[in-house]
Design a protein around this ligand. Structure first.
Ligand SMILES: Nc1ccn([C@H]2C[C@H](O)[C@@H](COP(=O)(O)O)O2)c(=O)n1
Ligand SMILES: [Zn+2]
Length: 157
């Protein structure tokens, strides 16, 4: 009788790879972000990536950055974490204590949304905006709300 496989990927790696796969759907030429929300029973609740609202034709909107808010992508893009929360079709109560796996550390706006739906933990791959104003505010929000956060790395496969 053959033995079961023991070298399976961890839950952390599995959910982060789902988030990474979601990020590959992003049309943003500079920063592609994916998020995967998993509950305490290791079930995926929702997935999202950064993009314009689905009712909006993303060919008609800017993908660059500008001093003019009308011509700046940030004015039109919904963040990956926000989309993951908004895409969920179940009861928001299910998100209580859930973990969000995100390829980029959440901004302060997303931190508020994650706090409001009761997310318990944030696991992130990159923190490339570490130390910026928004990043510091985000960390203050998460810490004050008792939301744990930790970085992780993905091995090359
Ligand atoms: N936690 C985050 C942070 C940013 N995003 C999105 C918003 C933009 O599409 C892009 C950031 O663009 P950049 O300023 O780096 O050119 O990433 C997100 O979805 N989640
Ligand atoms: Zn955000």
């Amino acid at each position: 009788m053959s033995k079961k496989r023991s070298d399976v990927i961890s839950w952390d790696e599995f959910f982060m790879r789902v988030a990474l796969a979601a990020s590959m759907r992003s049309k943003d030429p500079n920063t592609q972000v994916g998020a995967c929300i998993a509950d305490t029973n290791h079930r995926i609740l929702s997935v999202g990536y950064n993009g314009t609202p689905s009712a909006l034709n993303d060919d008609d909107f800017p993908w660059g950055v500008s001093d003019d808010p009308l011509a700046d992508k940030h004015s039109y893009v919904v963040h990956a974490e926000a989309n993951a929360v908004l895409n969920y079709r179940g009861s928001l109560k299910d998100m209580s204590g859930a973990t969000v796996y995100v390829t980029l550390f959440p901004c302060n706006e997303c931190a508020k949304i994650l706090a409001q739906v009761g997310i318990g933990e944030v696991v992130y791959l990159s923190d490339k905006y570490d130390g910026t104003e928004g990043n510091l505010i985000s960390k203050r929000i998460l810490t004050s709300c008792g939301i744990r956060f930790r970085g992780m790395e993905l091995a090359e496969r």
